[in-house]
Design a protein around this ligand. Structure first.
Ligand code: NDP
Length: 444
């Protein structure tokens, strides 16, 4: 059995009931086989793969809070500090009822390589809770966030671990968490990113993941003598990543036909009305059913279905495993040219392979959505030097990072004989830097 297969088997045995974590490890290690085979003796001697699939630390804690009726509620909180070889742990906090340790580990593992690809000094981590923010009042959100941070603040800091937003954690939640951190630790430091502009946040952080996604797609198309101008796109999700992906796609001349949330999706043949979408999701925090009130010619459908709409480009921006093999078949049948992941692992393994086998250009999330964490690292830099950069300065740095990132994964794919396979390119390029740092630092 190969070293890679041995380690995958061990991960499955030692981490039962964590299918998403198994999926992420398998996807990364399988595509690294060529690199691992070439260095097998040295990697085995140092148990390199065993170390890379084992988090440096994982913290699980109780989060008690009081709801508006005076009842005590209890959730579970997590922080997985996966790998600090190249910098302080960095990765978001997910608040969603589906959160469990396996989900946080899959996200933390992916984050190691994504953060490495940005070229910035940030290690990999992730956190969250099974708390469901939907339907909660502001006071309940605050009560939860304060309790969550009361425990989490013991393990994080501006130079050790810097969490950020993710599903369910936006500016409001970051604000409440930051206030509690400052109150308990007594320091005003850049311990969280995605902060409000009045207390250390960075301009363009809110837009960064969605904008970055379109910057990398545009660069890939440019290398093929093409561009986004005049293309049609289908987007899933209607949260932070989806909204700003739609905004940048439209700015670059594409027409976006869809958006979705966990209950349904909208098809707007005239192109999504971004102001309406922002008002529904960012201001009213309402469901997409409302979209029809703004755009009578649009269609609302219950359930899933975004991937059945004909378009040139598909951008999954909601959640993991939201694009399966049947969806991939529908996309290929509709002649989609590009799939770029705004969300983390939204495409199943079978779907990814089907798309690649059928000539669809596939940009994996760890490269395509790295603009968010890259801009978080720029927020950390601004906090450290106590300066505030302009929107244009941050946006142009983000653009530069995404362009470099594309060429980095493209070159890595070519170097190992996988030209055009950006899954392999991203995993290899991300891995090589982390391994170099781990080797330099000894067996730790
Ligand atoms: P948000 O919470 O802002 O939005 C998530 C969107 O996806 C919402 O429209 C939500 O619908 C939908 N959604 C969530 N879970 C499900 C589900 N199980 N089924 C169907 N729809 C679902 O999150 P973000 O936009 O921040 O994150 C989206 C994805 O991008 C995640 O995978 C995240 O890890 C990834 N990501 C985010 C980054 C960031 O900077 N925010 C950076 C890099 C990656 P509803 O409101 O109905 O729940």
């Amino acid at each position: 059995m190969s070293y890679v297969d041995e380690v995958i088997e061990r991960v499955i045995k030692e981490n039962p009931n964590e299918p998403e974590f198994h999926q992420a490890v398998r996807e990364v290690l399988d595509s690294l086989k060529v690199v691992v085979d070439a260095n097998e003796e040295a990697f085995r001697k140092d148990a390199l793969l065993e170390r890379i699939v084992n988090p440096e630390r994982q913290i699980k804690f109780r989060v008690p809070w009081i709801d508006d009726n005076g009842n005590v509620q209890v959730n579970t909180g997590y922080r997985v500090q996966f790998n600090s070889a190249i910098g302080p742990y960095k990765g978001g906090i997910r608040l969603h009822p589906s959160v469990n340790l396996g989900i946080i580990k899959f996200l933390g593992f992916e984050q190691i390589f994504k953060n490495s690809l940005t070229g910035l000094p940030i290690g990999g981590g992730k956190g969250g809770s099974d708390f469901d923010p939907k339907g909660k009042s502001d006071r309940e959100i605050m009560s939860f966030c304060q309790s969550f941070m009361t425990e989490l603040c013991k393990y994080i800091g501006a130079d050790t671990d810097v969490p950020a937003g993710d599903i369910g954690t936006g500016a409001r939640e970051i604000g409440y968490m930051y206030g509690q951190y400052k109150r308990i630790r007594g320091v005003f430091e850049g311990v969280l990113t995605g902060k409000g502009l009045s207390y250390g946040g960075s301009l363009a952080r809110k837009q960064a993941t969605g904008y970055g996604l379109l910057y990398i797609v545009e660069e890939m198309l440019k290398c093929k003598g093409d561009s986004l101008e005049g293309k049609t796109a289908i987007v899933s999700g209607a949260g932070n990543v989806a909204i700003y992906a739609i905004e940048k796609a439209q700015q670059l001349g594409a027409k976006v036909l869809t958006a979705s949330d966990s209950t349904g999706w909208v098809y707007d043949p005239e192109g999504i009305d971004l102001e309406a979408l922002k008002e529904i999701k960012e201001v009213k925090r309402a469901r997409l059913t409302e979209y029809k009130n703004y755009r009578p010619n649009s269609e609302y459908h219950e359930g899933r279905g975004v991937w059945t709409v004909k378009a040139d480009i598909a951008l999954p921006c909601a959640t993991q495993n939201e694009l399966d093999l049947d969806d991939a078949k529908a996309l290929v049948a509709n002649s989609v040219k590009v799939v770029a992941e705004g969300a983390n692992m939204p495409t199943t393994r079978e779907a990814t392979e089907y798309l690649q086998e059928n000539g669809v250009v596939f940009l994996p999330g760890k490269a395509a959505n790295a603009g968010g964490v890259a801009t978080s690292a720029l927020e950390m830099s601004q906090n450290s030097e106590r300066l505030h950069w302009s929107f244009e300065e941050v946006d142009s740095k983000l653009q530069g990072i995404m362009i470099n990132l594309f060429h980095n994964i493209d070159d890595a794919a070519k170097k190992y004989g996988f030209e055009g396979n950006y899954v392999a390119g991203a995993n290899i390029a991300g891995f090589e830097k982390v391994v170099d740092a781990m080797n330099a630092q000894g067996i730790v």
